[in-house]
Design a protein around this ligand. Sequence first.
Ligand code: GDP
Ligand code: GDP
Length: 455
Amino acid sequence: MTSENLPVVVIAGRPNVGKSTLFNRLVGRRQAIVSDMPGVTRDRKEGEALLRGRRVRLIDTAGLEEAAPDTLYGRMRASSESAVAMADLVLFCIDARSGITPADAHFASWLRRQNRPVLLIANKAEGQAGTNAALEAYSLGLGTPLALSAEHGEGIADLMGEIAERLPPAEKSRRREAPRAEGEEGEDERPAGPLRLAIIGRPNAGKSTLLNCLLGEERMITGPEAGLTRDSIAVTLHDEHGEIRLVDTAGMRKRARVEQHLERMSVSASIEALKMAEVVVLVIDATLGVHEQDLQIGRLIEREGRACVIALNKWDAVEDRNATKKAILDRLEISLAQVRGIPVVTFSALTGAGVHRLLPAVREVYEIWNSRVSTGELNRWFEDALERHQPPLVDGRRLKLRYMTQVKARPPTFLLFGTRAEQLPDSYKRYLVNGLRETFHMPGVPVRLQLRGTK
Ligand code: GDP
Ligand code: GDP
């Protein structure tokens, strides 16, 4: 497991409460890595700690100071914000000897709004010191404070247990999510089950024929399942990587009958299949070229954030293959933002020629859809991208973009921090998204960029 996949524990609090002391205490002699991330993170220390048998990535922030944006404190706060956004757990420290200060209270209230799990720590509580402050700390609304002494090593074993209890389950890969944007789907974990695939497209594109072809090779139907509707059939395919579950195949067959006359329905029906799928195969009848409906479905796939493979079917009946492929791809590229580099497979579902290339393409785009970029790599690229093209002026002032982190996969989603970042014009967003896609090899999957303004 790389350090990127470990649960992230962030130590936060105002200066001098003992964060660094606690960091050193938890990391111990274990390979204390002092990471040198670009820009704001100069003051951020990272290390690995082993807590009750679990490895975690520990981040020591420089503090959550309240300050103007362009002071050192402002930059430090920006750094804390981004660290907290990707935290699986925040250790919020106060100094039990000095009691709760206004700065503690301020940051506690900010922290509550970040929706990350928090463990409240009353440090410098060696002996009986700081009992009052520890009690007072209840008022911060962050749960029961844990009194300990980082310097004297008191209460550290308890702390390790408390942290371990609050981490996401070990068998899951860890999550790094910002609080969710509205309408954003909550799916981030790579589920253990089979890949879920939908085959969609206009009526007569050849979806049923393709399904039969795949099944013919496969000779395997896991019959009607109890609890599902009468005509719902779950179909499972196998390849060398495991199972692939085809979703909504029954609906597909039924629609194929009715929709000869109701073409418009195929778009709305596609939404259902899309919701259940991880990867979508968009089947296009290559003899007819691209229709507006294909584009509508393509935009839906993008909007829903699914990985996509474009299948050009009836290739047996296409005369000038090069010209046809080019014409179709040109048309798609103009109309669909994510299409550049999207996997395109040509085949004949009728004869079976070329169909064997479909599932490998599905697997490949699925991997890309699940991929993660390390924060270090990301920000090295980001600094470079900023240098090549300065962020634009908005209302006569230049936007200050500071830092980027990938908050989730499925699809790859990035969070950009900066002063007034939320005002970033679409053209510059596109510049960044295209750069991300190209640099980190994410062709054909939707790439999301969220903006977070810092003060
Ligand atoms: P940070 O700036 O918030 O990271 O705080 P530091 O870790 O640098 O600690 C600030 C000061 O508090 C240092 O002088 C530490 O020695 C002291 N300190 C840290 N932990 C304890 C503790 O448990 N008890 C006491 N009495 N002092 C501590
Ligand atoms: P669906 O409505 O998308 O499920 O399309 P069907 O699978 O029912 O196919 C519609 C028509 O296209 C049928 O007459 C098929 O025989 C024909 N068809 C499907 N795939 C191919 C192909 O690869 N080549 C040719 N020439 N015809 C095909």
